[in-house]
Design a protein around this ligand. Structure first.
Ligand code: ATP
Ligand code: MG
Length: 306
């Protein structure tokens, strides 16, 4: 770090005074502070200097002067960039490892049922039963790969203009049979004044379907699923509220992570994908929950998402 104080000849190079300011309560003497970044291009290397300009004033010393702190930030910037790169790679690696782990189960099921199919090919009932299981497992594999790609390759997503309310209504009709089964009432209050926005309808459908499914899964003893949509002039706000078992503060940190699940049949990719899809739309998803009372997921989607 380079330091220089100037204005009055007496203070030049007198870092004792500067250090005294810094060690004590400098706010007392500080009149203003400005921060600038300077980028110096040297061949292929860009050096970044961060400059802090403090202006001090004190009656004791009887003069005011600026102090400039100049720091070569290049190394720190490079290290930060490398760290971000490594973080991305490790997330991609974790995701790939998790997906491969999830792929192993359907693959071994398919292998087993192909062997059974070979043995009992003459028996029509068995042939149908085993073929159906194989097809179901193949669909599961396709779905897993599709979900993996949403997280790993968001740049491939195509956007068109669409209406969120229509998607919510479609997804409610998909979840209703399962909700009825568990004695859950589904209510929606959808504002008519919601504008159309640029979105990937298939992905947004997936967000609502997963949130509705999660809500129903949290209310196997019955309850209420309440969906509200509104528009505040800049963003479309949707709230998905359930009266289920709720989520503890400990769990709240984990539920958006890929492969975190408390369900026997879950992959734990649902909320990680919801978050990624909403982020791809430049929006946010947040959560409010009380154990024993229920959870509310809030999605904000900006009108100008691109
Ligand atoms: N509305 C909710 N109420 C209570 N717990 C919830 C709710 N939504 C999510 N969770 C918790 O968060 C975990 C992660 O949810 P997520 O949707 O990512 O995966 P999943 O539902 O377990 O599996 P998948 O969606 O992949 O089938 C769930 O297993 C559950 O423990
Ligand atoms: Mg889920």
């Amino acid at each position: 770090m380079y330091r220089e104080s100037f204005l009055k000849e007496e203070t030049k190079g007198d870092f004792g005074i500067v250090d005294a300011f810094l060690e004590n309560d400098i706010d007392e003497f500080l009149i203003s502070k400005k921060n600038h970044k300077i980028f110096i291009n040297q061949g292929n290397n860009i050096t970044v200097y961060e400059i802090d300009i403090f202006i001090f004033e004190t009656e004791e010393i009887d003069y005011s002067f600026p102090v400039i702190f100049c720091e070569d930030e290049t190394k720190e910037k490079m290290l930060n960039e490398k760290f971000e790169e490594l973080k991305k790679l490790s997330i991609a690696g974790e995701l790939a490892a998790g997906t491969i782990h999830e792929i192993k189960n359907p693959l071994s099921a398919i292998r087993g049922f192909v062997q059974l199919l070979e043995k009992s090919f003459q028996d029509e009932d068995k042939r149908k039963e085993y073929s159906n299981i194989i097809l179901k497992e193949l669909d599961r594999l396709t779905e897993l790969i599709r979900e993996f790609l949403i997280i790993a390759k968001p740049s491939d997503v195509k956007y068109t203009i669409g209406n969120i309310n229509l998607i919510i209504k479609d997804m409610i009709s998909l979840i209703e049979p399962k909700a009825n089964m568990y004695n859950i009432s589904v209510k929606a209050l959808l504002s008519e004044s919601i504008p159309e926005i640029k979105m990937n309808a298939e992905h947004i459908k997936q967000v609502f379907l997963n949130l509705f499914n999660n809500a129903v899964d949290a209310m196997h003893d019955g309850g209420e699923l309440f969906i509200v949509s509104s528009f505040n002039g800049n963003e479309i706000i949707t709230e998905i509220k359930d009266t289920g078992h709720g989520i503890s503060p400990d769990e709240m940190d984990k539920i958006f992570e890929p492969f975190y699940t408390t369900k026997n049949e879950g992959t734990g990719l649902g909320l990680a994908i919801c978050k990624k899809i909403i982020e791809n739309h430049k929006g946010t998803i947040s959560l409010n929950s009380q154990v024993g009372e229920g959870s509310t997921f809030t999605i904000l989607l900006p009108l100008k998402g691109d």
